[in-house]
Design a protein around this ligand. Structure first.
Ligand code: TYD
Length: 227
């Protein structure tokens, strides 16, 4: 399709939201749309995305493993990110690719900085120098009610049989997830140029239409045709 070139070097798009907000599904749908327009986007995630990152992910999220202290949690997520940036994200951006990342720095700000109480400054301090100073061009925040999100996440885990391996944060109470949501919304309000807050309620199709609209200035072919 003509006019389907990525908007330029450094097309780094991140997706954020509480558990069960539907990020992964929406990233998959978006990647498919981009691909249909001739853009092979790289889909990746944090924690994870590298061999070391997947081991850090298991250490961080396995409910059976001893829970790390909040500071250790912050350092492990940050270590995962440094490896991910150097090994996956920066080479892809340098090659002119579009990178779609499921969670990034804003997750650390919301979960470790705000909900775990370490403070945003403690997180930001670790992200001032390369490779950790990379910031996304656009961040889609899928905003969902924690009650609905958690119910969806638990249902998905049951279906996939991953309850035991991905559950650490899903075991946290509602107040924790409400605090994560508030932190995300505050981050979005403070940086409206980068963030697009998308209502995460309704069907997958409803949400997809909103995500397309939120990115249509970067990729005009995503504009949802009017009925
Ligand atoms: P994810 O796989 O996106 O979980 P889900 O699909 O259930 O939303 O993320 C795994 C967990 O890691 C999630 O509970 C949030 C947490 N997390 C942090 O606490 N800090 C971080 O910096 C990142 C990247 C994730």
């Amino acid at each position: 399709m003509s006019g389907a070139r990525p908007p330029g070097d450094g097309t780094f798009l991140t997706f954020e939201g509480i558990e069960g907000s539907g990020k992964s599904t929406q990233i998959r749908l978006l990647a498919r749309r981009l691909e249909a327009a001739g853009i092979a986007a790289l889909v990746t995630r944090e924690p994870g995305g590298t061999a070391l990152g997947e081991r850090l992910r298991a250490a961080l999220l396995e409910p059976g493993a001893a829970a790390p202290s909040p500071l250790v949690e912050l350092l492990l997520y940050t270590a995962d990110r440094a490896q991910h940036l150097a090994e996956v994200v920066e080479p892809a951006l340098a090659a002119g690719r579009v990178v779609l990342c499921d969670r990034y720095l804003d997750a650390t700000l919301a979960y470790q900085g705000a909900a775990r109480g370490l403070g945003l400054e403690a997180v930001e301090r670790l992200h001032r120098d390369p490779p950790l100073d990379r910031r996304p061009l656009r961040t889609v925040l899928l905003d969902a009610d924690p009650r609905e999100g958690l119910a969806r996440a638990r249902e998905r885990n049951r279906r996939l049989g991953t309850e035991r391996s991905e559950g650490r944060f899903e075991e946290e109470g509602l107040a924790f997830h409400e605090s994560v949501r508030r932190a995300y919304l505050a981050l979005a309000a403070a940086d409206p140029k980068r963030f697009r807050v998308v209502d995460g309620s309704g069907t997958e199709e409803d949400i997809e239409a909103r995500v397309r609209l939120a990115l249509a200035d970067l990729f005009p072919f995503l504009a949802v045709p009017r009925p």
